[in-house]
Design a protein around this ligand. Structure first.
Ligand code: UDP
Length: 229
């Protein structure tokens, strides 16, 4: 599951909001209790975006490293919430910081999943110029995930235009990864879409703000937009 930084920030859209994270953690616990293996990629947009830093005059690579560190803060907050609910977790970072988390090792991540631990991937891909959406597509391919769940804040799927700005925006129930690239739909960046397409990983875009939605998606209910092929 890709959890954007905004999903952890709540109304104020920046920083970390523990009660908001707790709600997400409770939903994750529900599906963890069903025996579902869960890996999460944390975004960091609530903390910092490299692009914004660049627009304000910073060097892009440096700004992106700050962004990646932001995702680690989110991952630790989510780990805290999950563990307060007695859900075993491991954080794995793509940039080594051994005092607070394990370095990302694919085999270890898979082993944790087999042992029913929720694995939280942090620090993106470890490389600047990428996004945490691309990280989600990459890690999903590496660990053999059955699907990527893209949890959105307040939007219940993929629309032909921004539903908050365009009254004629139409929601899609199903799409292909190529549709997203061709139509230039604002779902994930092109690198993430092409990686998901090449590795044939389905993507489900859904609204995280509706309680119980993660479980519905896991049980196969079509509440958002499913992207295949
Ligand atoms: N980032 C990066 N490389 C990666 C993943 C993330 O440089 O592989 C940086 C980038 O600056 C990005 C920031 O981390 O703006 C936060 O990630 P993202 O914008 O994907 O978070 P989200 O929007 O999902 O909260």
């Amino acid at each position: 599951m890709k959890l954007s930084g905004e999903a952890l920030a709540g109304e104020q859209k920046t920083g970390i909001n523990p009660p908001v994270i707790k709600k997400v953690a409770e939903e994750l616990k529900d599906i963890h209790d069903m025996g579902v293996q869960i890996a999460i990629v944390c975004g960091g947009g609530n903390m910092w975006r490299g692009e914004t830093g660049e627009q304000m005059g910073m060097e892009r690579v440096q700004a992106d490293y700050i962004g990646m560190l932001g995702t680690v803060m989110n991952a630790l907050a989510l780990q805290d919430s999950l563990e307060s609910l007695d859900v075993p977790t491991r954080v794995e970072t793509s940039i080594e910081m051994r005092q607070i988390a394990e370095p990302y090792i694919r085999r270890k991540a898979v082993r944790h999943l087999e042992k029913n631990r929720i694995v939280i991937f942090a620090a993106g891909t470890g490389s600047p110029y990428f996004s945490t959406d691309t990280t989600a597509a990459l890690r999903a391919a590496e660990i053999g995930a059955e699907a990527i769940l893209m949890a959105k804040n307040g939007v219940d799927g993929i629309y032909s235009a921004d539903p908050n700005k365009d009254a004629n925006a139409v929601k899609f129930d199903e799409l292909t990864h190529m549709d997203i690239i061709d139509k230039g739909l604002n779902v994930m960046d092109t690198t993430a879409s092409s990686l998901s397409m090449e590795n044939n990983i389905p993507l489900v875009v859904f609204n995280l703000n509706q309680p119980g939605n993660i479980k519905k998606v896991v049980l196969g209910e079509n509440i958002g937009t499913t992207v295949r092929g």
